[in-house]
Design a protein around this ligand. Structure first.
Ligand SMILES: [Zn+2]
Length: 179
């Protein structure tokens, strides 16, 4: 008996009623980038089902180089595998979702940041830059960062949204735009 045991039981229930999703374009033609926070699960608050959308998660839902690389690879893969299925010349919309009460916001405090840097080896400047204190501001900055990347396919658009932990509601902070 480990902490994983009850989750394995849930998986057993899941697998009994399971139907695999066919390999194809993600049915929503969306990619979601959001925070790893356990209160922020896009499968639940956006009602995503299997096969609907790739989801990329990290601390804060920030547009890092790793996120840009993943989106570039997904666009390449979709272009290679599903070119015949595309109805127009557009591949995906990337929805970047930041949220209220984000734990990365604690790193905006210099004392906390210093302690965290000592304990984890993370760079203080990187933590400060990644902190989401006002998700409306950071999500717009990250939409611009992704749109400005020379790596972004012209067939991919980008939008920005804020998820409110208190209400469960998503509001759009930046409408979808192509690079
Ligand atoms: Zn967060």
């Amino acid at each position: 008996m480990t902490r994983m045991t009850p989750l394995l039981e849930r998986n057993e229930q899941f697998a009994r009623a399971y139907t695999p999703a066919a390999l194809g374009l993600p049915t929503t033609q969306m990619i979601v980038v959001t925070c790893l926070d356990h209160r922020v699960d896009p499968a639940i608050f956006l009602g995503l089902r299997l096969g609907d959308a790739p989801v990329i998660r990290n601390a804060g839902g920030r547009v890092t180089q790793a996120v840009i690389d993943d989106i570039g690879y997904l666009a390449f893969l979709a272009g290679q595998l599903f070119a015949g299925q595309l109805t127009d010349d557009r591949l995906f919309e990337v929805a970047i979702v930041h949220h209220t009460q984000c734990g990365t916001g604690l790193a905006a405090d210099p004392g906390f940041r210093h302690q965290a840097a000592e304990a984890t080896g993370l760079a203080e400047a990187a933590m400060e830059a990644a902190a989401v204190t006002d998700p409306h501001i950071t999500v717009k900055a990250d939409v611009e960062r992704l749109l400005a990347s020379p790596r972004l396919s012209p067939k991919v658009s980008v939008s920005g949204h804020v998820y409110d932990i208190a209400t469960g509601r998503l509001t759009t902070a930046a409408e979808a735009r192509y690079p």
